[in-house]
Design a protein around this ligand. Structure first.
Ligand code: SAM
Length: 219
């Protein structure tokens, strides 16, 4: 049976692995040292909570691989290190907790009620001030816009226009864009009414459903 000390040691090893894979931002690495990933995975997955892998969290969804979370978070932090951030796809709540540890004001939307509730229980138990909503995240959170950053943690067929319109001037949208098999991590930065794009490595995410996501997954 692992105790807190074992988990802390495994967490340090995970961070060392992230550094080895090229995650350099000290703020991001510190957040990964702080947030206890084992609290965000299912009981039976806990022994592997600090391995660099995605894991099932129930209802057909996954908690992303730590490297992927660190990669997306670095793209955001390097361009917009503070302010309001909206996450689409709460899932386990882990990415939201990482954003909170970085000092962002965090908003997150999940479309599956069971996950929305599960993540809510963990975030509440940790007393993290993350604001949560159940619904279609492709429509954003208009009452709280504009956002300094928006992170989409599911695969999108194209950049959701509504999310782009909810960016602050200079704000960044980090979103994996592509087909259902593979997506390229994309950063879209707002400059007034113009949007600049940068394209990065390939990843494989579960689909972003909803009005501005994959049509065949609409509810
Ligand atoms: N960020 C999560 C974490 O830290 O555990 C992992 C996210 S998981 C890879 C993708 C999540 O996006 C799933 O929980 C899925 O239900 C959610 N999702 C897909 N389409 C969505 C939408 N339109 N609005 C909100 N959430 C959505």
């Amino acid at each position: 049976m692992r105790n807190d000390e074992d988990m802390a040691r495994e967490r340090q090893e995970m961070v060392a692995e992230l550094e080895l894979y090229g995650i350099r931002d000290a703020r991001v690495l510190d957040a990964f040292r702080t947030v206890r990933r084992h609290l965000f995975v299912e009981e039976e997955s806990r022994p592997l909570a600090y391995s660099d892998s995605a894991m099932p969290i129930g209802l057909g969804q996954t908690i992303s691989q730590p490297y992927t979370v660190a990669y997306m978070t670095s793209l955001l932090v390097e361009r917009r290190p503070s302010g309001k951030v909206l996450e689409i796809g709460t899932g386990s709540g882990y990415q939201a907790a990482i954003l909170d540890a970085l000092g962002y004001e965090v908003f997150t939307i999940e479309r599956i009620a069971g996950l929305y509730e599960m993540a809510g229980r963990v975030l509440d138990a940790l007393e993290l001030p993350v604001q949560r909503r159940l619904g279609d995240g492709t429509l954003g959170w208009p009452e709280e816009a504009p956002f300094d950053g928006i992170i989409v943690t599911a695969a999108a067929p194209h950049a959701p226009r509504t999310l782009m319109s909810q960016l602050a001037d200079g704000g960044v949208l980090v979103v994996p864009l592509g087909d259902l098999a593979s997506q390229q991590m994309t950063v879209i930065r707002r400059r007034g009414e113009e949007f600049e794009r940068e394209i990065f490595h390939s990843f494989a995410f579960v689909p972003l459903c909803g009005r501005e996501g994959w049509e065949n997954n609409n509810e």
